[in-house]
Design a protein around this ligand. Structure first.
Ligand code: 13P
Length: 258
């Protein structure tokens, strides 16, 4: 069993004080839980302050995005070395909101993935189909293209350290999560594609998170699927109670595997 990775994507939410309070209460709550990776991904302006709250704990700190260049005339962007400077070890790349609201392409995401690994930052690489793509039977095709272009030119060792997040766009923030069987079907396909492109050793080491309307009451059956190795949580990560409840579901499954 791969070590589950439960990550909270706070998106563009919370005040500075709320971010620090949330980080502090998650830290206090999960103290002593072992066998599960837990991560917080606050807005970039709050990273340094959240880092000061999480420093010395096992909680992973990551940014929600980064540019592929290290510095230069890119107004409004932050680079990998900048997020590293304020304590990040991880970064979310290719989130569907970046793709569909801000026009990020598979090639841009590929540049970002390469830049993250070049700077020693561990990416969570997001992919997923839109509703019309699912309804017209194109889910696997869309995933294949996102995965193939995203991973182009990456070293197999880097790919094996990757976390992939499968987030069907129609399930994000809609309250409509994929059924565990729907999610497992795509996760299994992603792993099969990885095996084809990078071999079995790499494919069995990559963690694949599910994201999209995960709540404390649906986390257990989603996490029980064989190819689901964690969760990327939006709305439910903004409250300590719901987030930590989901973390404890993962923790219980590690203690007594189903
Ligand atoms: P929700 O959990 O709010 O549906 O968001 C999922 C997501 O986009 C996490 O990255």
């Amino acid at each position: 069993m791969l070590r589950p990775f439960i990550a909270g994507n706070w998106k563009m939410n919370l005040t500075l004080k709320e971010s620090k309070d949330l980080a502090g209460s998650i830290r206090a709550d999960i103290e002593g839980m072992q066998g599960v990776d837990v991560g917080a991904f606050p807005p970039s302006v709050f990273l340094e302050s959240v880092y000061s709250v999480l420093k010395g704990s096992s909680i992973i700190l990551g940014a929600q995005n980064m540019h592929w260049e290290d510095n230069g005339a890119f107004t409004g962007e932050v680079s990998g070395s900048m997020i590293k400077d304020v304590g990040c070890t991880h970064v979310i790349l290719g989130h569907s909101e970046r793709r569909h609201i801000f026009g990020e392409t598979d090639s841009m995401i590929n540049l970002k993935l390469r830049a993250a690994f070049a700077r020693g930052i561990m990416p969570i690489f997001c992919l997923g189909e839109r509703l019309e793509e699912r309804e017209s039977g194109k889910t696997f095709k869309v995933i294949e293209k996102q995965l193939k272009t995203g991973l182009e030119g990456l070293k197999p060792d880097d790919v094996s350290m990757l976390t992939i997040a499968y987030e069907p766009v129609w399930a994000i923030g809609t309250g409509k999560n994929a059924t565990p069987a729907q999610a497992q079907e795509v996760h299994g396909h992603i792993r099969a594609l990885l095996e084809e492109s990078h071999g079995e050793d790499v494919s069995t080491r990559v963690r694949i998170q599910y994201g999209g309307s995960v709540k404390p009451d649906n986390a257990a059956e989603i996490l029980a699927q064989p190819d689901i190795n964690g969760l990327l949580i939006g709305g439910a990560s903004l409250k300590k109670d719901s987030f930590c409840k989901i973390v404890s579901v993962a923790f219980e499954q590690v203690r007594s595997p189903v």
